[in-house]
Design a protein around this ligand. Structure first.
Ligand code: FAD
Length: 283
């Protein structure tokens, strides 16, 4: 079943995201984590794709295929197009199809060198994948606007273009404040974005991790999170536990608010996903 059909089932879609291990890390580590994640029975698991030629790139399709074959869970492979030529993208899509992967998260990616390539925006990749027919296509969205975009309203306009190009559903960037996501949803719907939108949730595990993330994607920190960082700053274990608890509560409230789905950035740590699933009665 494609992910598109899952969203049509009328039940919120709960998905997990994992990343391939770096080349100097044992591949078995990810399979151990996947086995535990699969046991939590998410609706699908997505596997990230390292932009700019990182060593993890080739493992995306391999790991997505394993999600499907070894664990019987629907898989989605991320694919970025920045710096790529059409031949490379075509070869990657062929490799995915050969592995039985029919769900792709079509992304621009980020290029540190600003490399030239055949694609400028995700929209172009989406159009190309759609022209190939049989893929179910996801795309990224940003509740606070993409960090490079001049305004959230303009960002939503581009989102509609991704829908018009053939995106079947959207998965959001992380955010820490649910009302902000619900406002974004309202604005997107008012602008004609009608496809399902899953809310991306990432727990805080450490102060360093959160600082990196907010500078990378521009997510804002609500005062509840700043207080949490302040309260548990002296104890990494307490901060981690409080961060996971906050994420689980966020997931619960999003589902109670009627979102199409939640996408949990597991960071390959099954205990994060387990806490969220337990909170929503799906463990
Ligand atoms: P686009 O939709 O192309 O948008 C990029 C920028 O261009 C935005 O500022 C947008 O407003 C603007 N824009 C879009 N269309 C147009 C247009 N037609 N004209 C003018 N401006 C336009 N990165 C990875 O490297 N690997 C991953 O696996 C990965 N997974 C991700 C998963 C999720 C759920 C999310 C939210 C992000 C992920 N990313 C990943 C990060 C992503 O690659 C970056 O956020 C990237 O900067 C933008 O990608 P995009 O597909 O949203 O780009």
């Amino acid at each position: 079943m494609s992910i598109r059909a899952l969203y049509q089932s009328g039940r919120p879609v709960v998905s997990f995201e994992v990343f391939p291990p770096k080349q100097d890390t044992a591949i078995d580590d990810i399979y151990e984590a996947l086995a535990r994640l699969a046991a939590l029975a998410p609706d699908f698991i997505s596997v990230t794709y390292g932009a700019g030629g990182s060593g993890s790139v080739n493992r995306t399709a391999e790991i997505a295929a394993a999600v499907r074959r070894r664990y019987g869970i629907r898989a989605m492979a991320h694919l970025t197009c920045v710096g790529a030529d059409r031949g490379r993208v075509a070869a990657q899509l062929d490799a995915m199809r050969a592995e039985g992967i029919c769900n792709v998260l079509a992304l621009r990616g980020d290029s540190p060198e600003g490399a030239a390539g055949a694609y400028r925006y995700a929209e172009e990749l989406i159009r190309e994948i759609r022209a190939r027919g049989d893929f179910c296509i996801g795309a990224a969205c940003y509740p606070e606007g993409h960090i490079d975009c001049e305004s959230p309203a303009r960002d939503i306009e581009y989102l509609r273009r991704k829908q018009d190009a053939g995106a079947d559903f959207l998965v959001s960037q992380l955010f820490f404040d649910n009302p902000l996501f619900f406002r974004f949803l309202e604005n997107a719907r008012a602008a004609g974005v009608t496809i399902p939108i899953s809310a991306g949730v990432m727990p805080i595990l450490s102060r360093k991790q959160i600082e990196r993330m907010i500078f990378l994607c521009g997510a804002s920190l609500p005062s509840a999170i700043i207080r949490l960082l302040h309260r548990h700053g002296h104890s990494p274990a307490d901060l981690r536990a409080a961060g996971i608890e906050h994420a689980a509560r966020q997931v619960e409230a999003l589902l109670a608010g009627g979102v199409d789905g939640v996408h949990i950035y597991t960071m390959n740590k099954p205990e994060i996903a387990a806490a969220c699933m337990a909170r929503i009665g799906r463990a």
